[in-house]
Design a protein around this ligand. Sequence first.
Ligand code: 6OG
Length: 158
Amino acid sequence: MLVKKLFTLVFINKEDQILLGLKKRGFGVKKWNGFGGKVEPNETILEAAARELNEECCVSVRPSDLKNIAHLEFTFEGQPMLMDVRVFSTNVFEGNPKETEEMVPKWFKNTEVPFDDMWPDDRIWFPYMLQGKKFFGKFHYEGFDKILNYKIEEINCM
Ligand code: 6OG
């Protein structure tokens, strides 16, 4: 049986740029990604998304300004966990991104996303996000580098 764990993932947009963070430790170390983590029992998903963003790069957002743009599920061959990741984006934020113990933040042009140094699934679903689509994606990995199978579909409401 798979144990489902809920995670957040937040992307900040500014004009034609997207804010990514290089993970300095833990799961996904040395990969560029959005900002996020586990949802704690005492908070809503939106509160967790805003909290993790602030903890990881010192940028503040109001939870109500976050738009839920995607739902991603990740499973790993031989592992009993399903990562249920809720993806949010916004262009309404306060503060300049700062390096923390967890992440080195950097703005990238939407046309210069560093896919070679990101999770392999990102290459598949970023185009949906960058075109303003909402979507559901499901990815099954062997280890952390190879996608064995996946499904992705655009959805009209989240
Ligand atoms: P912490 O361990 O830092 O939360 N995450 C993924 N993001 C992408 N783009 N691809 C994946 O493919 C991912 N698996 C997990 C969810 C982990 C953070 O990493 C995201 C969380 O934001 C496998 O607390």
